[in-house]
Every structure is written in C-alpha cells, then in structure tokens.
Write a protein that binds this ligand. Structure first.
Ligand SMILES: C[S@@+](CC[C@H](N)C(=O)[O-])C[C@H]1O[C@@H](n2cnc3c(N)ncnc32)[C@H](O)[C@@H]1O
Length: 400
C-alpha cells in the first residue's frame, strides 16, 4: 500500500491533478515496501541520503530507473534543452573551442535526458564545421537511454551509429564533458544545528491504521567534520544539505580527463549564498507533475528529489583534483557571452506569428526572475591555453 495513502491521495486531489495510474501506484508501493525492509534491516532507520538514493535510483523502481515519464509537459519538469534549441546551440561555441584546443575528438554528456541537448549541440557543431568524432552519453536511466536513442534516430539519423552509450567513464578522454541538471539529482545528506551541535536526518517507518508512513528523525551526526569544514556560524534550528558524493564524482572526472573542458550547469549558489542565514531550511525541492514542494517522503519513485548545488564545493573539489576553475557565471550571462543574441537575430526576421516563440524562450533562459540567475555555469579545465567562451563578461569566480 502507498505510504500515508489517504494523505497522499488528498494531496494529489487538492492540486487538481488526476489520481495516480494503477501501475504507478503499484511501483510506488513496491519501492516503499523495499525501503521499509531496508529500514527494518538497519535497525529502524536509514540516513536521508540512503533514502534519497533509493527513491531516485533503486533498480527498476526508482524515479530515474523505473520508467516514469520525467521530462516535458506530461512529465514533472522542463529543462533548458527541452525549452529551446538555442541552449544547445550556444553550448556549441565553447565545445568547438575546447575540442580544437585540447586536440580532442570527444564530447561526453552525463545525464542526457531526452537527447535534446545532444541533437541541438551536434547540429550546431556541424554548422560550425566542427563536429566531434565521438559523442558519448553516460546516463543511469534505462528508459531515458531508450528515449535518447529514439530522439537521435528521428532527428539525427546520420549520428545513430556514431553515438555510444557508456556504462563507465572511458579510461582517457580528450575533449569536453557536459552535465546539465545532473549534480542536483545526486543524493545529499541533510543536517540541522540543534543546541549548538549538528544532527543528521534519518528516515524511519511508523505503522498506522492507514498503512503507515515514512518519518523523519534527527540524530547526533557523523557529519560534524563536514559541517565544521564549511567554516560557517550556523544558528540553532538552521537546517540544510551537503552533497558529499559530488567530491568523488569531480575527482573521477579529473582522473579521466586528460585535456579539455568540463561544463557543469545547474541551479545553485556560491557557499555563502547557499548557507545564507535566511536560507534556514535548506534547498531540498521535489517535483511532481510541475508542482514543486518540499516533502521528499511523498511518493517515493514517482517524484524527483533535488537539492541546489554548492558551486564553491565543486570548485574546491576541482582544485584539489588538479583541474583549473576556468569560469563561473549565471546561465543568462553565459548564454549571452556564447552569442545568444546573434543566434536569435535571424529568427526575428520571420513572420510575426513565428517571432514570439524564440523571444519567449530567450526570456525564460536568461531573465533573472526565470532561469537566468538561478542557474549557474561552472567551467573546469585541464591543459587549455585560453579561457573558454561563455565567461568573457561577468565571470564571477572571485565569488566562489
Ligand atoms: C534532471 S535530468 C536532466 C536531463 C538533461 N541533462 C536535460 O537537461 O534535459 C537528470 C539526468 O541525469 C541522469 N542522471 C542522474 N544521476 C546520474 C548519474 N549518477 N550518472 C549519470 N546520469 C545520471 C538522469 O537519468 C537524467 O537523464
């Protein structure tokens, strides 16, 4: 049975959404049952990080591994590549430069979603006369890999045999690594400050007449050194997250990238903004059918659970791993620096009924109140003689 079934059903109805289809209900119940067994086996609770990892990535049942439609209007959220081809076209410029400068021939995209970014980027690179020899995709989601194959077959058939789906990072890579909205989907630890000490969030299970529910508990934390390492004075009652997996991930990228550029695009902040006193309940956010809400215990496997990205942490990890931090700015600035206005210009020469769409897309991608400032771009590099395009104006590395 669905956890907190009555509450969940009412919550969905209150949002004005149709009830859950039967197969989604069953998958959510099965995953909940599986997590409950893990809670029992662990003596009554598991860390929040473990819960989030299961909810998103449990084999065949997690949000990213269980086949639910995630992206687009009939899914739960829309990303920049889904919003406009201009996003991928803009990325072509720094990618082309980095391919040339690194002497490399490969672009590797992490978490390629529907395959939209790959299509728009490869088309633009072909236009520029600089297609890479290889385009590799590393995505944890079997159903998204399938969707990526379909998108490529439909829109770029000539690339069908040239794109490779990998299970691991290649031993050596010269070229470009891209990840748009991937780091925010990594499981995080949650902590709070209580009576001057740090506590960590754990998830338990409480049986109730309606079947029971997952419950959140705070326990003395093994994370204290990681929280102290932030070097911040956090007030009593303050709660937030730490993404401890990203450090190992950046080190792994650094080990495999011989020469080239890494572009990480996501919603997030510098450390002082992330752990700002006013952001006192953290950044954890769930997405279900285009409704954002803060309850990760609802609908395990059926909703996305995300946390904003601490870009200072990524930059520190990169530095420690021997990469250069080559640029940091907002998505709006990045796209304009990559020539978004020049790409838009020819689109505005059409008839009045085709003008509106690209203008709306550019507004959503760049306006500070939309994706323009909430999303940031971090460039990491190794062995490149020149800074990448995208950061000429308003490079904000000094704020990291
Ligand atoms: C929020 S979606 C973004 C999709 C796409 N980049 C876009 O912008 O439309 C997150 C993507 O990352 C993938 N993903 C999540 N965790 C991953 C991991 N550890 N390794 C590789 N891919 C991952 C998901 O399957 C999905 O394709």
């Amino acid at each position: 049975m669905l956890p907190a079934a009555h509450h969940t059903t009412r919550w969905i109805a209150d949002l004005g959404l149709p009830p859950l289809p039967r197969e989604e209900l069953e998958r959510c119940s099965e995953l909940s049952q599986q997590i409950r067994q893990q809670i029992t086996a662990a003596g009554g609770q598991i860390s929040f990080c473990h819960y989030m990892e299961q909810a998103l990535y449990a084999p065949t049942l997690g949000y990213y591994t269980g086949g639910k439609q995630k992206l687009g209007n009939s899914g739960d959220f829309i990303t920049a590549p889904e919003l406009s081809p201009l996003f991928g076209r803009c990325l072509a410029r720094p990618c082309a430069e980095a391919l040339t400068a690194s002497g490399g021939d490969t672009i590797l995209e992490f978490g390629a979603g529907s395959g939209r970014l790959a299509v728009d980027l490869l088309r633009e690179l072909e236009q520029l006369g600089q297609p890479p020899k290889n385009y590799w995709i590393l995505d944890i989601s079997p159903d998204l890999r399938q969707l990526q194959r379909q998108t490529i077959a439909r829109e770029l058939p000539a690339w069908q045999s040239r794109i490779r789906w990998l299970d691991h990072l290649p031993a050596k890579l010269n070229g470009v690594i891209l990840a748009n909205e991937v780091v925010d989907a990594m499981p995080v630890h949650r902590f709070r400050i209580h009576q001057g000490s740090s506590q960590e969030a754990f998830i338990g299970w409480e049986s109730r007449p309606d079947g029971g529910a997952f419950t959140l508990h705070w326990q003395p934390s093994a994370l204290t050194p990681e929280i102290e390492a932030l070097g911040l004075e956090l007030a009593d009652g303050y709660s937030s997250e730490r993404n401890l997996l990203a450090d190992a991930w950046i080190h792994e990228l650094a080990t495999h990238l011989q020469r080239g550029l890494i572009l990480l695009i996501d919603y997030g902040y510098t450390r002082s903004e992330y752990y700002h006193p006013e952001r006192s309940s953290g950044t954890l956010l769930c997405h279900f059918r285009h409704h954002a809400h803060p309850d990760p215990l609802l609908l395990p496997g059926l909703q996305d659970i995300t946390a904003h990205v601490d870009f200072t942490a990524l930059a520190n990890s990169a530095h420690a791993a021997g990469l250069e931090v080559a640029g940091y700015t907002t998505q709006g600035n990045f796209l304009l620096n990559c020539g978004l206005d020049q790409l838009l210009h020819p689109l505005l020469q059409g008839s009045s009924d085709t003008l509106l769409e690209p203008i709306q897309q550019v507004k959503r991608l760049t306006l500070p109140t939309q994706m323009g400032e909430r999303f940031k771009v971090l460039a990491l590099s190794r062995g490149l003689a020149h800074p990448p395009s995208g950061f000429q104006r308003h490079d904000q590395r000094h704020r990291l």
